[in-house]
Design a protein around this ligand. Sequence first.
Ligand code: DGI
Ligand code: FE
Ligand code: FE
Length: 412
Amino acid sequence: MSRNFNDANDKEYKIGILGGTFDPIHNGHLMIAESAKKEYNLSKIILIPTGVSYMKTNVTDSFLRYEMVKLAAADLDGYEVSDIEIQREGNTYTCDTIAYFKETFPNAQLHFIIGTDSLFSLEKWRNVGYILSNCTILCATRPGEHETDIIKSRETEKANELSRKFNAKIKFIHCTPMDISSTDIRTFRKKNPDSDVHDLELPAAVADYINRQDLYDAKTEKIHTLLKEDLKPKRLKHTFGVVDTAVILAKKWGCNLENARLAALLHDCAKYLDTDVKCSLCAKYNVAISDIEKNNPELLHAKAGALLAYEKYGIQNNEILSAIFYHTTGKPDMSLLEQIIFVSDYIEPGRTHSDKLPQYRQLVLEDLNYITAAILRDTVKYLKKQADKDILIDPQTNKTYEYYKKFLNKKE
Ligand code: DGI
Ligand code: FE
Ligand code: FE
């Protein structure tokens, strides 16, 4: 009888490693992992999205691919996701990944899951000898490849050859792979932007995420490319978090989803502009700069952001521009979109600045006005505590707080 070992120090503990670009992860990947897990009695599977350099824009940003893999793994038993290759960004070598897991789980048996293509290119991999002496290779096959005896024997022959040369342990995963690829999914989505991604072979949570972020859409990809010129990786992550929250809130509270997504995507686009660039943008469009903004040019990224969204990103919708314009200070009686961006900016999943955030993330689905008021109360309190005398509260922030105060009640 087979049993799984739960202790990673046990010599029988078997780990399956499946790396990939996962752009996006789909049911075909999970089917291979699951087949390998069952057939070889693996205790756990570690999914590893490949790192890709930040400026390479023909692949979806690493953070988004990582989020999708986490969503795919969340409901599965015995799955983990590792960001080790994403952290390394760019040049990722399997030998380094294997070395890392060898060190983390010195006693475990590592199983590296590959496709047939990789079986034939394996020999060219960096430090292939090291890889093959430290893990078993589990090779999955693509549909059609086992159809003739000739192809079948080529695979077996290759496996035998590698076994002889490197003393490798190469085994086949006996499953019927699904006829699906990430490329097909991306292409289908581009050609049919209005179709439902839930009809594709994707885990439901991944399909939801693709919808919320509007991935694999030409317009979205254009904005992502431009944003990478304006934002650093950390700020882009925050931005994607704001998009995710804003779209969830837009759905919940009946706001236009496309507007919520665009306003969220662009809300911090001017975050890294030099002060003089922000000031000249404001001058060009006759936007007044208050004394407090003169002293805290950081605050100006909201106003300048709206102007940059108009100028560089071609956004002409006033509701979107206004949500960007007021996202830092808010304003009395905000529109639903303005309020959603203001709130999402504060509570997106990547934020950790307050212990109250988990509670706010729940309550916001019940009472948007209350959370708006609570955020303003916390922000005013935080700003008052700052020892730095230059940090003054913008009158606009105060006005907003005065307006929303009435929604505070005894919920906390
Ligand atoms: O751009 P983000 O960091 O994502 O978020 P944001 O645009 O809300 O800016 C947050 C910062 O702005 C935070 O440190 C608090 C600060 N802030 C908000 N209202 C005021 C303010 N700073 C000053 N000086 N005065 C304000 O009224
Ligand atoms: Fe901001
Ligand atoms: Fe922000």
